[in-house]
Design a protein around this ligand. Structure first.
Ligand code: DI6
Ligand code: FE
Length: 400
């Protein structure tokens, strides 16, 4: 069905900038945008359905390109410990941290994991999120990783949301493999990834490259396996130390390298050449009271595309609002509101390999957009949480 959406302004985010169209009109045909431009140039024709957007600002649907939304349990006790001065690394070394979420996730049923993740996703959707990436990585054995990935797929079927699933089996060392990290990597490469890929549960493969997780050499073995299976890769890199995982990711044409506080200018150069997106995660930066900023000037100088995501997870970023992340990207990471919005739209789409179809308002793209009752696009980075009045359109159809 053809629909005309008018009486609005648009921030199209084509080429990663606002690209403002005042008094815009949008024509959708089925699930796609057929035409967008100034209303004065609207092609003459028959528009059976017309929606008055009452002066709203239309942006692409927001894309949260890095989350760990599916997990069991709760780590607010660790938050209290950290407030008493215990570090994230110390908690992890004492068997807490990711390992405690692994225990709770293994113990949870698929239905329990689905219900708690759906609640969190509804919070994100209240912020105008129409696409989300979700990682496994709290199962760490074949059955439990499969359980998480099946829940991720089901979320995409049952919620009005596009969901991309990333296998993060190389997130932490499971208890069965203590002191045998190379054996666990071998198990991932020989058994887990081939089986999960064959089940059609994996859109991309991620790993945690860090001194308290996996070395660059171990990550490379995972990347080689992913490549053999035809799956794109991503990497948690340079969050706590500089191991040049982001350069390794670039060598494997990774979709993205994420976190990056400790990356160097050489890493930025390598990422730019490979087209690997820098996904910045201000929620984790804030929640861990990180003081070292990602090298924003080097990223800009070399033209690395920058995305912003929630990293929604129970340990380092219990973030239920992507708009709050836009604000933190500006206040904590010194991005501009325009960069922040590009980071949660077109650059986030690129970090998921979806930029040809999502992330900006352009003819031919999927009609996922939000009509916000705000005065200026920068308002999306300005308000700290809360709910903004808006209408959300997904695949050409308005959703609640
Ligand atoms: N980096 C993070 O910030 C999360 N995972 C990762 O590799 C933390 C996950 C957690 O603490 O549960
Ligand atoms: Fe993460």
């Amino acid at each position: 069905m053809k629909t005309l959406w008018q009486n609005c302004h648009a921030a199209t985010m084509a080429q990663g900038v606002y690209s403002i169209i005042e008094d815009a009109a949008i024509v959708t045909q089925g699930e796609h945008i057929q035409w967008i431009g100034p209303r004065a140039q609207l092609p003459a024709g028959d528009y059976p359905a017309v929606t008055d957007l009452k002066g709203a600002w239309v942006t692409p649907g927001l894309i949260d390109c890095h989350t760990h939304t599916v997990f069991g349990g709760n780590r607010s006790g660790e938050f209290e410990q950290r407030l008493q001065g215990v570090s994230y690394a110390e908690i992890a070394a004492a068997g807490g941290g990711i390992a405690s979420t692994v225990r709770a996730t293994r113990a949870a049923s698929e239905d329990e994991l689905f219900a708690s993740a759906a609640r969190r996703l509804k919070s994100l959707m209240h912020d105008g999120v129409t696409t989300v990436e979700i990682k496994s990585g709290y199962g760490l054995d074949l059955a439990s990783e499969r359980k998480m990935l099946r829940v991720i797929r089901r979320l995409g079927v049952e919620l009005p949301l596009s969901v991309r699933s990333t296998c993060l089996a190389a997130h932490a060392l499971p208890p069965e493999y203590v002191d045998r990290a190379d054996d666990y990597i071998e198990h991932i490469c020989a058994e887990m990834l081939p089986a999960l890929a064959a089940d059609g549960l994996v859109d991309a493969v991620d790993a945690f490259c860090e001194y308290l997780a996996f070395s660059p050499a171990q990550v490379e073995r995972v990347f080689i396996t992913a490549q053999r299976l035809g799956l794109p890769v991503k990497l948690h890199a340079e969050q706590l130390s500089s191991l040049h995982g982001s350069s390794l990711a670039a060598r494997y044409q990774a979709l993205s390298a994420d976190h990056l506080e400790f990356m160097t200018e050489d890493d930025a150069r390598a990422m730019a050449e490979a087209g690997t997106v820098a996904v910045l995660l201000p929620g984790a930066f804030y929640f861990l009271r990180e003081t070292r900023l990602p090298p924003m000037d080097a990223l800009r100088k070399h033209g690395v595309k920058i995305a912003v995501a929630s990293d929604l997870n129970p340990g380092t970023s219990p973030a239920l609002s992507l708009r709050l992340m836009l604000n933190m990207a500006c206040t904590c990471l010194r991005m501009t509101p325009e960069e922040a919005l590009a980071g949660a739209t077109i650059h986030a789409a690129q970090a998921l390999g979806m930029a040809a179809s999502h992330g900006s308002l352009e003819a031919g793209k999927v009609a996922d957009f939000v009509a916000w009752h705000i005065d200026r696009p920068a308002d999306l980075s300005y308000w700290l949480g809360g709910e903004l009045e808006k209408r959300v359109v997904r695949h050409g159809v308005e959703i609640d």
